[in-house]
Design a protein around this ligand. Structure first.
Ligand code: ZN
Length: 212
């Protein structure tokens, strides 16, 4: 194992523990992956993000075959969909975080963009839109092409009645984006029924031109 891979494993375990400690995932929910020069790292199946042993994180080759560490998450196909769809994806975070999952359960959500632009930080981290991928039974193979199609036009997607899948250029980028998404979802739910002032399309364009 290279020094770079060892450092990546340590970083993944530390960020996962931080997400768990703050309640972004519970039990064995959630999984995290990152791209290496010649493959991927992904959290093991049935592992708790709060207690990952760096050396047991699953190692996949460039075609997603398991080559070392514990058995990969059963949700590995979500990550594969993002890496296939987005060259810029260096890491992917999938959570069942409470507020984003609440938005994923709204019957009247805008499927193209369920969280409106309330603050600049959501726009800066997630981009212009985050499409909703329709509900699929966990493990249904049809979910992978649906995620890949949605991910071609967005850095993050929201799986209906399930939770968010968020990509970033680096592992820290993806984790920060997942955290920002959860905060935006919380604000959106708190403001439902209130007359909220949204960022205008021109303000969103200006943010994306400056930070996008
Ligand atoms: Zn899940």
């Amino acid at each position: 194992m290279t020094g770079a891979e060892r450092a990546a494993r340590e970083e993944m375990a530390a960020l996962a523990a931080s997400l768990f400690a703050r309640g972004f995932s519970v039990g064995s929910a959630g999984n995290i992956s990152m791209r290496l020069d010649d493959g991927f790292l992904i959290t093991p199946t049935n592992s708790c993000l709060g207690r990952l042993a760096p050396e047991r994180i699953a190692r996949l080759d460039a075609s997603f075959a398991h080559v070392a560490g514990d058995k990969p998450s059963k949700e590995v196909f979500m990550h594969r969909a993002f890496y296939a769809a987005r060259e810029d994806a260096g890491a992917v975070v999938h959570l069942h975080s409470t507020w984003a999952t609440a938005v994923s359960c709204l019957a009247d959500a805008d499927a193209a963009n369920p969280i409106p632009p309330l603050t600049p930080y959501f726009v800066m981290r997630i981009g212009r839109a985050m499409p909703v991928v329709p509900y699929y039974r966990p493990g249904d193979a049809a979910m992978e092409p649906a995620i890949a199609e949605a991910a071609r036009g967005a850095r993050a997607v929201l799986l209906a009645n399930h939770g968010p899948v968020v990509s970033g250029r680096s592992l820290t980028d993806a984790v920060y984006a997942a955290e920002e998404l959860e905060e935006a979802a919380k604000l959106f739910m708190l403001l439902r029924g209130e007359k909220a002032r949204l960022l205008t399309p021109a303000q969103v364009d200006d943010l994306l031109a400056t930070f996008g």
